[in-house]
Design a protein around this ligand. Structure first.
Ligand code: CA
Length: 360
């Protein structure tokens, strides 16, 4: 205690010790010893390493005053118990994605991704500057949690299939791992959606428990070796156009922090939110070449008819969620309004530019 009091007492005067001296003193004992449970396999590229980066940043930015121990899925709690574990304070932080918690509230899915919805860039705009984070905080606040975006995959891939998808008929009877709203859309198209944590996908696909799976994109799908269990790799990821990975913080634990450490935790999330998207954008192109050139994966684009059908079904599914759940209705209305504005501007800016860049 004496030593800890001394470190606290150093305060502003620690500058006199020089940066190295102050840091080594601060590392002597963390003032806050936190656990972060995650829905990802430990150290999984992009997702698990993103959670590791978040923990490391918080520790570094706080000069060691907060120490965060990261747990992979199943180490402390199973993947899909992360939300409850942080809510009840078993862990102070969690890292996952909000659509995994649709059983808590269907509105949660809007803070992850929506089929045919906002891209990563638009999602960040909505969350940070369009009122999204306020709604998300209101929802998670009911569970004693503070949410923060802490990563984004960008547009995902449509998934791995062992047969070609030539028409909507080919989706009928298809047992596919696809979480969130995308899964409900698949069900409406006649398929059977399954939700499994990432760590179980390869085996389930290989032993035929599922016929198809989506995961993230080339970088992550290559790491899981999904090309060994399926031949066709479809795009685009209509169901996940810019999925937010979330950090959640136990509200009591957060409120026990002094204001500077609270700012550090939330700003570290912001750093990782941006960094993960940059990492995916950098790694996906090379991983895709490896999948196609080295592993002989057959790349396929979903036919326009299939896309049109899925888009129509998505609108139905989303509208019905809003009818079932008053809070989801409120979030849906806000999301829809933002999407309509974003679409017009993105059409004039990004879409026109991308078309111009590829014009032949
Ligand atoms: Ca996915």
């Amino acid at each position: 205690m004496q030593r800890r009091d001394f470190i606290k007492g150093v305060g502003v005067g620690s500058l006199a010790l020089g940066a190295a001296g102050a840091a080594s003193m601060a590392h002597a004992k963390a003032e806050y010893d936190w656990k972060m449970v995650t829905t990802w396999p430990k150290n999984f590229p992009g997702l698990g390493t993103g959670a590791n980066n978040l923990a490391a940043l918080i520790e570094q930015m706080s000069g060691g005053r907060i120490k965060v121990h990261v747990y992979g899925a199943g180490e402390l709690v199973p993947a899909f118990e992360v939300f409850d574990a942080v809510s009840r304070g078993t862990a102070q932080m969690g890292h996952g994605s909000a659509y995994y918690w649709k059983g808590k509230s269907e509105a949660a899915q809007f803070f992850s991704t929506v089929p045919f919805g906002l891209t990563a860039q638009e999602m960040n705009a909505w969350i940070y500057h369009g009122g999204g984070l306020e709604l998300w905080s209101e929802l998670y606040g009911q569970f004693g949690l503070i949410p923060a975006p802490a990563g984004n995959s960008g547009v995902q891939m449509g998934g791995w299939f062992n047969k070609e998808i030539k028409s909507v008929e080919d989706l009928k009877g298809l047992k596919m791992r696809i979480p969130g709203l995308g899964g409900e859309v698949l069900a409406r198209a006649g398929g059977t959606p399954v939700n499994l944590p990432g760590g179980e996908l390869f085996t389930a696909l290989q032993n035929g428990t599922i016929d198809a799976t989506e995961w993230v994109g080339p970088y992550n799908d290559l790491a899981f070796g999904l090309y060994k269990a399926a031949k066709y790799y479809y795009y685009p990821g209509w169901h996940e156009p810019g999925t937010i990975m979330e950090a959640m913080v136990n509200k009591q634990a957060f409120e026990a922090l002094p204001a500077d450490l609270q700012a550090i935790v939330l700003n570290a999330c912001k750093v990782v939110n941006q960094d993960m998207l940059a990492e995916y954008t950098a790694r996906n192109p090379t991983a895709l070449r490896t999948l196609v050139d080295k592993h002989g994966v057959e790349l396929r684009r979903f036919p326009d008819d299939v896309i049109r059908k899925l888009r129509g079904l998505s609108e139905e599914v989303i509208a019905e969620i809003a009818e079932r759940d008053p809070f989801a209705a409120k979030v849906h209305a806000a999301y829809r309004k933002f999407l309509a504005q974003a679409r017009e501007w993105t059409g004039i800016a990004e879409l026109s530019y991308l078309n111009a860049r590829d014009l032949v």
